[in-house]
Design a protein around this ligand. Structure first.
Ligand SMILES: Cc1cc2nc3c(=O)[nH]c(=O)nc-3n(C[C@H](O)[C@H](O)[C@H](O)COP(=O)(O)OP(=O)(O)OC[C@H]3O[C@@H](n4cnc5c(N)ncnc54)[C@H](O)[C@@H]3O)c2cc1C
Length: 487
């Protein structure tokens, strides 16, 4: 077996691995990236980008169907199910192509193809695919970055769906929008894809188990979201699914409806959106001295990405902490820099938490979550809120659904975070996360400019309410007109 010695070995060439490679190369020429499956990243191939492409098509269909309220009649719309998927695939391939171009810029000698496993704390064996005659390779690395990403977690009960079971790895490969889909899991992926498929003409039912809806922690926002989605497609966040049976071309699902009646319904596919698991189970971690948490994932410091072994770092979805693209990139940079610069390992800045779910209305959370506030500082925070139902600009656009809750610290007035289900949440969440990161107070936020008429005026209403709950500043009349009507 061939052996190679390197300064830094990076396992996985997704977003975290690619960024880690570039960062480590600033400090050492002796860096390798190891990839087991595909170049092109989860985000571009089967994640962020194709899902947003599908959602864009769904939004176009939905807008065309929602014109009547404005007195505009476009007639019956028709959806070309094959053309929808063709555009998703063509644009997806374009994005993947850009990523592959970046990997092609990496020095040839720095790229190793095959599945990496730990033999001990410093040695990896890279198993080449049977079709590749290169043979296995042992890499002796002074430092290692684990950036192996995550894969869909599919519970046993859903596996019985056999050839009718799809995940996000398959859905974007379909030749046409399916006729019907039972989505399991009203998390971020299940809701984004479920709503998009429904708007594109598929009969969709979404089944959950624990009552949760995407990332939402506030009960009132969660109930509001569940009711709103139910106006478009069937969603039961606490469903009782009793049996599945593969019927060849369809899958039959036996479930209790919301009244408790037993229903049997056939679908073309089951889409499992039942969570993701970090790709660490087959990494041979048992051959190392790494300390693992209860899920078998190496323990690590979120500021340096260093594990319990000082020369091993872990970044991106692999560490099971914040499975988001921008976090994977940041973590890859920190891990790669520290691995390259080792032993000078430094804690680096982490950005304010920010997450967006691209449903309609969108869901967003920023800064400290409600669960964190309740656990870490009960009685020390206040809540302000606004409903978007009467909010001027939202109503003008026929997008007047949703709720925003904002949180700040008593005494200091420090803005701590927010949770939202409503219009333009992707933009409002950015604004609010910048306020969190800038450590702004509620008073400072209210000193910022607000144009009229914009959805952000709703944010101001929520912040004013927050200010009132904190007893900061003079109280304002309920219908204040300094911002024009409908703020
Ligand atoms: C449907 C969907 C939608 C999403 N939408 C969004 C969104 O809108 N916004 C957002 O911020 N995030 C989104 N995400 C999450 C985002 O895509 C991920 O957080 C991000 O891509 C993770 O990057 P990564 O580098 O950690 O992993 P990956 O990009 O998965 O890279 C890991 C790489 O490691 C390789 N690998 C694994 N094991 C080994 C091994 N033993 N040896 C060698 N190589 C190995 C894999 O083949 C893979 O190429 C979405 C995810 C999904 C699934």
């Amino acid at each position: 077996m061939n052996t190679r010695q390197v300064d830094v070995a990076i396992i996985g060439t997704g977003t975290a691995g690619m960024v880690a490679y570039r960062a480590a190369k600033k400090y050492s020429q002796d860096v390798v990236v190891i990839e087991a499956a595909h170049y092109g990243t989860t985000c571009a191939r089967v994640g962020c980008m194709p899902s947003k492409l599908l959602i864009a098509a769904a939004e176009a269909a939905h807008s065309a169907e929602s014109t009547e309220q404005f007195g505009v009649n476009v007639g019956a719309i028709s959806i070309d199910r094959k053309a929808v998927m063709k555009r998703v695939q063509a644009e997806r391939d374009r994005f993947v192509g850009f990523v592959i171009d970046s990997v092609e810029d990496f020095a040839e000698a720095d790229k190793v193809f095959g599945f990496a496993q730990f033999l001990d704390d410093n040695r990896l064996v890279v198993k080449s695919a049977p079709s590749n005659n290169a043979g296995d390779l042992i890499i002796q690395a002074k430092r290692i970055v684990i950036a192996t990403g995550s894969t869909p977690f599919v519970p046993e009960i859903l596996k019985s769906a056999g050839n009718r079971l799809i995940t996000n790895d398959d859905v974007f490969e379909l030749e046409q929008v399916p006729e019907s889909v039972a989505v399991f899991g009203p998390g971020v992926i299940g809701l984004e894809l479920g709503q998009a498929l429904s708007r594109l003409g598929a009969r969709v039912k979404v089944f959950g188990r624990s009552g949760s809806i995407a990332t939402i922690q506030d009960e009132q926002i969660r109930d509001y979201a569940e009711q709103t989605f139910n106006q478009e497609f069937y969603l039961d966040s606490n469903a009782k699914v009793e049996a599945l049976e593969n019927k060849g071309q369809t899958i039959s699902v036996n479930y209790r409806d919301k009244k408790g009646e037993l229903v049997n319904e056939e679908f073309e596919y089951i889409l499992a959106a039942t969570g993701r698991k970090a790709n660490v189970a087959n990494l041979g971690l048992h051959n190392t001295n790494l300390k693992l948490n209860s899920k078998g994932v190496p323990e690590f410091d979120p500021f340096s990405m260093q594990t319990s072994l000082e020369h091993i770092f872990i970044a991106g979805d692999a560490n099971n902490e914040i499975p988001l693209l921008h976090e994977a990139a940041d973590e890859g940079k920190i891990a790669g820099t520290n691995a390259g610069r080792f032993p000078d390992v430094r804690a680096e800045m982490r950005r304010a938490p920010l997450s967006v779910v691209f449903t309609d209305p969108q869901i967003a959370s920023v800064g400290m979550s409600l669960n964190q506030l309740q656990a870490d500082m009960p009685d020390c925070y206040a809540v302000g809120e606004v409903s978007f139902e009467s909010q001027g600009r939202s109503r003008v656009m026929g997008k007047n659904k949703g709720l925003l809750k904002v949180y700040a610290q008593h005494g200091t007035g420090l803005f701590l975070g927010a949770e939202m289900f409503g219009p333009a949440a992707e933009h409002i969440a950015h604004l609010l996360s910048w306020a969190v990161q800038q450590k702004m107070t509620v008073t400072q936020m209210l000193e910022m400019p607000f144009y009229h008429p914009v959805i952000e005026e709703g944010v101001r209403t929520a912040i004013r309410d927050l200010s009132k709950q904190l007893s900061i500043g003079p109280s304002l009349p309920k219908n204040c007109m300094d911002c024009g009507p409908g703020c």
